[in-house]
Write a protein that binds this ligand. Structure first.
Ligand SMILES: [Zn+2]
Length: 354
């Protein structure tokens, strides 16, 4: 009831901003998700604070809230003075859509108005508190735009709020979250925003640095591998670094080698110690048939005795697979044999032995 009356109050205050409430919704207790009203546009932080202050001032004045009923024939329909009745259809029969409000058959055509003394009157069949002090206080959650922004969303936006006993629960929960977050980043509550902002700056800076270093490392690996090609047409680039254990880095290496020698078939493996790791294999060549041949041979070698360890596939000369389980010396030997075989077959096919 406190939430419902708070919603009427909030909608009434927002009406003075020419912001009619399009809809509203309340989550079931004990959810900590806040109720919301929907407006045709978003609000700025400043507007939210201003509206919240006005609502709380009115709650402080403890204005009375009361129900007034009128019959449909009395002009209760299409009345101009109130918010919600403007939308009541002419064939309205006064059957309440709130399940907890039982409407007697002889109540057909009854229009129920909720009044907040001096500030609001609107058609509603829900239950309300008798005066605003029962709402205790109202809090409107800050919008997701930056606190200094003066350009709120121009599309329909939900404005979340809380009031009454739920507001206290919400405060308790928020305060605990606040403390836990401060502990997680290792600072006092009062320094949390500053610390989190700085941490985010450092994270971005770190990510940029890693990107730069990966690019530079990639170029060095490619140059090194090209120098090892030495007439060979199949290459195995074996990597075991956690920081480059991803298909993006592996693909860049393979592309770099293929740019230098379009006839080469490059196999890149990236393996990490431990049986819970996912090992990665990538095969690339501008010759799609050769690439598929090598990928199939790698899969067959690793799959072993009826065990399917490699999942993946590809097209257009690039094949990628994830290998389940530990990667050890046995896998290295198998791959080495496969690459050697392909090397020989490519050289025979190409008409020269290396
Ligand atoms: Zn209502």
């Amino acid at each position: 009831m406190a939430i419902h009356t708070a919603q009427h109050l909030l909608s009434a205050v927002l009406d003075t901003y020419n912001l009619p409430t399009l809809s509203w919704s309340m989550t079931q207790y004990p959810s900590l998700d806040c109720p919301y009203i929907e407006l045709s546009r978003g609000l700025t932080w400043k507007e939210v604070e201003e509206v919240e202050e006005k609502c709380n001032k009115l709650i402080g004045e403890d204005l009375s809230v009361w129900v007034e009923t009128s019959m449909q024939e009395d002009g209760g329909v299409d009345g101009e003075g109130d918010r919600e009745s403007r939308g009541i259809p002419k064939d309205y029969e006064g059957v309440c859509h709130f399940t907890w409000m039982i409407t007697r058959a002889d109540d057909k055509g009854v229009i129920r108005h909720i009044n907040i003394d001096g500030i609001d009157r609107n058609a509603c069949c829900g239950t309300q508190v008798p005066s605003l002090s029962h709402c205790s206080s109202i809090h409107i959650l800050p919008p997701s735009i930056p606190s200094t922004s003066t350009t709120p969303s121009k599309s329909p936006t939900r404005i979340s709020f809380t009031a009454g006993p739920r507001a206290l629960r919400y405060l308790r929960h928020s305060s605990r979250q606040f403390s836990l977050t401060a502990q997680a980043v290792g600072c006092g509550r009062q320094d949390l925003v500053e610390r989190a902002t700085r941490n985010e700056e450092l994270r971005r800076e770190g990510a940029d640095n890693v990107k730069g270093l990966r690019g530079e490392l990639g170029r060095l690996v490619i140059a090194d591998q090209i120098s090892r090609l030495n007439g060979k047409k199949a290459l195995w680039v074996k990597r075991d670094e956690r920081t480059t254990h991803d298909f993006e880095f592996m693909g860049n290496i393979a592309s770099g080698v293929n740019t230098s020698d379009p006839d080469a078939v490059t196999l890149v493996t990236s393996t990490l110690p431990g049986k819970d790791q996912t090992q990665l294999v990538l095969v690339q060549s501008s010759d799609q048939v050769k690439a598929k041949e090598l990928f199939d041979a790698v899969k067959a070698a690793l799959d072993g005795d009826g065990e399917k360890r490699v999942k993946g596939g590809g097209a257009k000369g690039r094949f990628m697979g994830k290998v389940e389980g530990k990667w050890g010396k046995a896998e290295d030997i198998k791959i080495s044999e496969v690459v050697d075989k392909v090397r020989v077959s490519l050289c025979v096919r190409g008409g020269h032995m290396s």
